[in-house]
Design a protein around this ligand. Structure first.
Ligand SMILES: Cc1cc2nc3c(=O)[nH]c(=O)nc-3n(C[C@H](O)[C@H](O)[C@H](O)COP(=O)(O)OP(=O)(O)OC[C@H]3O[C@@H](n4cnc5c(N)ncnc54)[C@H](O)[C@@H]3O)c2cc1C
Length: 388
């Protein structure tokens, strides 16, 4: 078997890259370790920057997104018992769209199936070969036998725990990392959201976020310690803790119900540099992780793919120079999103080690944000997404 671009990973990065390359007439094969159903069942991101929406439009997969996605023109910051709206549309002219990652994944999988493009699910023990030569390849195990695929390039879109970044010799890659001392306990429930827009809460008991996937499906999070287990959080305890962190009006309006998904995600900031190693190119979570506070993980995966698809298309149009620029173009945007996600995390979470002084600094910054148009504009500009 041979293809032009072998893509490892059928998450949003791999599927979107596959679709953009397919539309440009570039042959590609996706290898995914898990089953299609498993990938579709993962509950993750839900807030899309306007640039990510435009990219999905260009990929021809935005019809359902526009029909079912919720366009948000702002969000609330809650602290000290009050709520302060950040008017994204008024400050930047841009909006964000709430549409679940699982839905994007489904739309991209459907488009790929309609195009007849090849995806290998349940590809075990994927190995990368010779990406420092002009003749790289991939091998994997399937149905008991070892298979092989030759290609021009390998796109490593296999997430944080994938094999692509791990295949790079340690001396060729530099890793930057910050691991936070807390996580997010998330609950998905078929209850109407407490508010039309998201509420980010900074509270003495810890951070909380009121988000949603639709008008009838809510996604809520509370900051928890890393030692806590999901089974220590029966639904009643979760709702009680969330209510305790919300401003009074929101706490009164909160509709609770049985959780349909509950999980704890650790928070991490991570960047690998560079993103290109000969004929292996990394994109999305394979190359970087942000804490979810700024809603940037999925959006960064999309912006990497934008630059990477442009680089491949230029290469096949006899302009190989764009591939040289991929790493620096993508990383310039990645680092700004890392900074934003880190600063939102620092602003809104409880850091016991920072003591009372640290809390007063957070409150001073939140009050400044609530009253300064300049500060709100800087926040809004980053939240809706910096230009590609
Ligand atoms: C629990 C959780 C909650 C999140 N919540 C949010 C959120 O609220 N907001 C936000 O913006 N972001 C969130 N994120 C981040 C966001 O979901 C990711 O940034 C996004 O999924 C990145 O897409 P990706 O395609 O790069 O990686 P992934 O979605 O991780 O896809 C990688 C794919 O590669 C496959 N794979 C892995 N190893 C191999 C291998 N060896 N061989 C073949 N295939 C392999 C995986 O099965 C997977 O399908 C969350 C992430 C997690 C884990």
């Amino acid at each position: 078997m041979r293809t032009q671009v072998a893509i490892i990973g059928a998450g949003p990065a791999g599927l979107l890259l596959g679709q953009l390359l397919h539309l440009a007439g570039i042959d590609n094969v996706i290898l995914e370790a898990r089953s299609r159903e498993y990938v579709l069942g993962r509950i993750r991101a839900g807030v899309l920057e306007s640039g990510a929406v435009e990219l999905l439009e260009r990929a021809g997969v935005a019809e359902r997104l526009h029909a079912e996605g919720l366009v948000h023109e702002g969000f609330d910051l809650a602290f000290g018992g009050g709520r302060h709206r950040i008017d994204l549309a008024g400050l930047t002219g841009k909006r964000v769209t709430v549409y679940g990652q699982t839905e994007i994944t489904k739309d991209l999988m459907d488009a790929r199936a309609a195009a007849g493009a090849k995806t290998v699910y349940e590809a075990r023990d994927v190995e990368l070969h010779d990406f420092d030569s002009s003749n790289p390849g991939i091998s994997w195990t399937q149905e008991g036998g070892r298979k092989a695929l030759g290609c021009d390039f390998i796109a490593g879109c296999d997430g944080f725990h994938g094999v692509s970044r791990a295949s790079v010799p340690p001396g060729a890659i530099k890793l930057y990392e910050r691991v936070y001392s807390f996580g997010w306990l998330g609950v998905l429930s078929d209850t109407p959201p407490v508010s039309e827009e998201l509420i980010y809460v900074s509270h003495e008991r810890g951070f909380a976020l009121c988000s949603m996937r639709s008008r009838t499906r809510s996604r809520y999070y509370v900051q928890c310690t890393l030692s806590e287990q999901v089974d220590e959080w029966p639904d009643e305890r979760f709702w009680k803790e969330l209510r305790a962190r919300l401003p009074e009006d929101a706490a009164r309006q909160l509709v609770t119900g049985p959780s349909i998904e509950k999980s704890i995600a650790p928070l991490r900031s991570f960047v690998a540099e560079p993103l290109r190693f000969g004929r292996l190119l990394l994109a999305g979570d394979a190359a970087h992780i942000v804490p979810p506070t700024g809603a940037k993980g999925l959006n960064l995966a999309a912006s990497d793919v934008h630059y990477l698809a442009e680089a491949f298309i230029a290469f096949y149009n006899k302009n190989p120079g764009e591939l040289e620029r991929y790493s620096s173009r993508a990383l310039a945007r990645v680092w700004k999103a890392e900074r934003f996600s880190w600063s939102m995390t620092k602003l809104l979470h409880k850091f016991p080690e920072e003591g009372d002084f640290g809390r007063r600094m957070q409150l001073a910054e939140l009050e400044y944000l609530a009253t300064s148009r300049a500060a709100q504009t800087a926040l809004a500009e980053n939240y809706v997404g910096l230009p590609l």
